[in-house]
Ligand binder design. Structure first.
Ligand code: GDP
Ligand code: MG
Length: 824
């Protein structure tokens, strides 16, 4: 655990409250470190709703008649449940969105009402002022008249007065801006107003000498001001625009989209009390007020809405046509994956090509009884899971290669687990059957232990004996694949905008970025504009698996695509869109979203949150985890214990369990399934650690099975206590090993991290596997016995009662903390 950012603690932070526990260790250099779990964050149990998925890859689990082989009733039932739960959740999400939208609408309404109320109050105030002025005037006149009447009786000019006030009426509609400016100007005029004849115009404009100005002039002035505020002439105002406003928008951009002048928009904002300049962004609600103020119509778009340019129409049944199955070959190293792929290709590629070098594009198609089969030429589990993690499920069938002269090996198990996690049916190819040492029966029995029951064992998984070398059994294998494909009833609609998945991509010196794309739905054509992951482009050329230029590629056809503006990643989904602007917008949005995601990774999901979430979902199905242990026995024990944890709400599902250090492949699988990785007496290797950090996969380390089981159980039942069991305080690397008479073997070490403490517990790690745990017999700095050695310093260490130490071994120094268990 060399990275010091493992912010998770072994103790599980606040259970129900979701408050993650956080135990800090302090090192001498003022550094601090938190313990036991290296990485935190991410992963949700449910499939991401937004994840684009080719409809072609609809989970076969939904339909029992299309059940993949090798899946038991119980499994099936569980999947159906999971599916239902996911659906329910979707509905819930939709309801929530609706509620949110309503709340927002209510909020908007409230704000508008507030604004209106304010306006009304202001108006009333002005009116009162005006009334008062008139009243004053009236009184004065009355007094005058009375005085005059006293002298010589004359007709009352009251009618005249009324007329004047009648003409004043329209001025009340003066825009808010003027109303707001009025008080200050008006106040300065008070004396004058009282003193002389005060008209409404005077009151409104506060103008001196307003008495001399004609009414019409004043009105014109007001009208001009109003038009200016509204952003132009009356004619221009008639153009009511639908203004698309995202969740946040720059003032200048808003003005641009309304086709209004920026200063006018800024002014308008200021009148609303928002002091912003054109380069600042405002939120959607504020923008709405402005848009309405200018007489346009707002169209609210959420950022993610840009993705909607992607054609998401569901295909009608009658539009669906059969498509070729897509097959991935997996298996342990050296069991013959590459040989098998080559053998199939050479046996089936059109005459004339055979033996020749066909262009390698990472996938190829062969024909079996007039039907096409698409093989992905990218064996390797990492590719498989990383694609799945990126939302592309391209594989319909997994061919599991097991060498008949060998047995089920770690990567075989991994492949099985990958296929199971992806819910893809499997066909077992027992390879190297030509070898004298071949023992296919052993392979079949071995597979039983991993819940792969082949047909020969009265199971449902097809098994075929083949030899990639002699070509024996290849036909049967292809027939089996075709049969499996038939059961799956794979269909796609060739008559729509294409979508597909990137199988591999690279920057070609001569041709620019090139991506091999497996079309999954629709038909990709030359000239199509597309977005692929964070890149976009326009199809300049399509090259098929034979190296020929083609004009178009339909479902299940792999093609090389030229014309990208950047290099996408394997697993990225390609979608054809209508315009370049759309493509660019989506790509930009995704780049931003990816950035945000990375930024938000710190606040990500840990095991507790995962469990918590699972608990909150009422129809909870399963909590996926990965288990890596030091020996097979402990792995099995853990898996068994995990299986027992389940209750009505939460079931723990071990996606994969294995022996040895936690590797990148483990992280890949964990990421794809949103599972944490539980290491029992093993550690993650450096690359796995990095990947886990990047991908936000949580790794937890344990040295007591009970602790591991307990944590998961507690989490599952929502009884997590903020308990810390132990913390790593340092790491030391063994540089040399000396024999000291009387003491035994002494390790010459460098403390690489934290601190080595005499009193602390120690573990010896070899290849990231814990091989010994105990205490120190001695901790020496030069000749002296010391209590502590700091990071960066060299020291001598010897274990109590343990001698098998070697250079390059790592010593992990940890302390236990006694924390009371809370029983709440
Ligand atoms: P991969 O690591 O799974 O891709 O395995 P390869 O295809 O590279 O094969 C590993 C080794 O097994 C190579 O030396 C192949 O020649 C050999 N091999 C593969 N298939 C057969 C087979 O059917 N029979 C025999 N005798 N050897 C095979
Ligand atoms: Mg190979």
């Amino acid at each position: 655990m060399s990275d010091s950012d493992g912010k998770k603690t072994l103790g599980l932070g606040g259970g129900r409250g979701g408050r993650p526990g956080n135990v800090k260790q302090s090192f001498s250099h003022g550094r601090t470190k938190n313990v036991v779990v290296e990485t935190k964050r991410k992963r949700v149990v449910v499939p991401k709703p937004g994840t684009p998925k080719g409809s072609a890859t609809a989970a076969p689990a939904g339909d029992p008649t299309r059940r993949p082989a090798g899946i038991s009733d119980a499994e099936m039932e569980r999947r159906m449940k999971a599916l239902q739960a996911a659906k329910a959740r979707e509905a819930e999400d939709a309801a929530k969105r609706k509620a949110d939208e309503e709340a927002r609408a209510a909020d908007r309404q409230r704000r508008r009402e507030e604004a209106e109320a304010k306006e009304r109050a202001e108006k009333e105030r002005v009116e009162a002022l005006k009334a008062k002025a008139e009243e004053d005037e009236r009184k004065k006149r009355e007094a005058e008249i009375a005085a005059r009447r006293a002298a010589e009786p004359a007709p009352a000019p009251a009618a005249d007065d009324r007329k004047t006030s009648g003409r004043k009426e329209p001025a009340r509609e003066a825009p808010r801006r003027q109303e707001e400016q009025r008080p200050s100007k008006g106040r300065g005029d008070d004396g004058g107003r009282r003193g002389g004849k005060l008209t409404l115009n005077q009151a409104l404009s506060g103008g001196d000498g307003g008495r001399q100005r004609s009414m019409a002039a004043m009105k014109r002035k007001q009208e001009r001001a109003r038009q200016k505020a509204m952003g132009g002439s009356v004619e221009r105002e008639k153009v009511v625009r639908d203004v698309q406003v995202p969740e946040a928008i720059l003032v200048s951009e808003l003005a641009n989209r309304m086709a209004e002048r920026v200063p006018d928009v800024v002014k308008s904002l200021m009148q609303m009390g928002m002091m912003v300049n054109q380069n600042q962004s405002i939120d959607q609600d504020t923008a709405e007020l402005i848009v309405e103020e200018f007489g346009h119509k707002i169209v609210r778009v959420s950022d993610a809405d840009v993705e909607q340019a992607i054609d998401q129409v569901e295909d009608k049944d009658e539009d669906l046509k059969d498509r070729a199955p897509v097959i991935t070959i997996m298996g342990h190293v050296d069991h013959g994956k590459t040989s098998l792929l080559d053998a199939i290709r050479n046996a089936r590629v059109v005459a004339g090509e055979a033996g020749g070098i066909t262009q390698h594009i990472g996938a190829y198609q062969v024909e079996q009884d007039g039907k096409k089969l698409t093989f992905l030429d990218t064996p390797g589990h990492a590719a498989f899971t990383s694609m799945r993690a990126r939302g592309a499920q391209v594989t319909d069938i997994v061919v599991l290669v097991v060498a008949a002269d060998d047995a089920v090996m770690p990567q075989t198990i991994e492949a099985i687990n990958h296929a199971k996690a992806a819910e893809v049916p499997m066909i077992v190819a027992i390879n190297k059957i030509d070898l004298p040492a071949a023992d296919p029966t052993k392979v079949r029995t071995d597979l039983l232990q991993h819940e792969v029951i082949v047909e020969q064992m009265s199971g449902e998984v097809q098994d075929v004996e083949v030899s990639a070398q002699s070509g024996q059994g290849l036909d049967t294998l292809l027939e089996s694949i075709a049969l499996q494909a038939e059961i799956l009833e794979l269909k796609a609609n060739p008559d729509r905008a294409a979508s597909g998945a990137v199988i591999e991509a690279q920057l070609d010196v001569g041709r620019g970025p090139v991506a091999t794309v497996l079309v999954q739905n629709g038909t990709l054509k030359q000239g199509d504009i597309f977005v692929v992951g964070e890149q976009w482009g326009k199809v300049r050329a399509l090259v098929n698996d034979q190296g020929d230029r083609v004009k178009e590629a339909g479902p299940s056809v792999p093609v090389e695509v030229l014309g990208l503006n950047g290099t996408p990643e394997a697993g990225d989904v390609l979608n054809v869109v209508k315009t370049e602007a759309e493509a660019r917008e989506i790509a930009d949005y995704r780049i931003q979203a990816a950035k945000d995601k990375r930024a938000a990774a710190g606040a990500a999901t840990t095991l507790e949150q995962l469990m918590q979430k699972a608990k909150e979902d009422e129809n909870v199905e399963e909590l996926p985890i990965l288990v890596k242990a030091d020996v097979q026995g402990s792995a099995e024990a853990i898996v068994q214990a995990m299986e027992k944890i389940g209750n009505d709400e939460v079931r723990v599902r071990v996606l994969h369990s294995g022996v040895g250090a936690i590797t990148e492949t483990d992280i890949g699988l964990a990421e794809a399934s949103g599972a944490p990785v539980m290491g029992f007496n093993v550690r993650a290797n450096a690359s796995a650690r990095n990947t886990a950090n990047q991908k936000g996969v949580e790794i937890r380390y344990y040295s007591v099975i009970y602790d591991l089981v307990d944590d998961v159980r507690d989490a599952a039942s929502g009884l997590l206590s903020a308990e810390i069991r132990e913390k790593f305080i340092g790491y030391a690397e063994i540089r040399e090993v000396f024999k000291v008479s009387g003491v035994g073997k002494v390790a010459g070490c460098l403390v690489t991290e934290g601190v080595a403490r005499r009193s602390a517990g120690v573990r010896l790690l070899r290849d990231n596997v814990v091989i010994h745990e105990g205490t120190l017999k001695t901790l020496k700095r030069f000749k002296d016995e010391v209590a502590e050695v700091q990071s960066g310093q060299e020291c001598g260490m010897a274990f109590e009662n343990y001698d098998d130490i070697r250079p390059a071994d790592v010593i992990e120094i940890f302390e236990r903390e006694e924390v009371e268990r809370t029983l709440d």
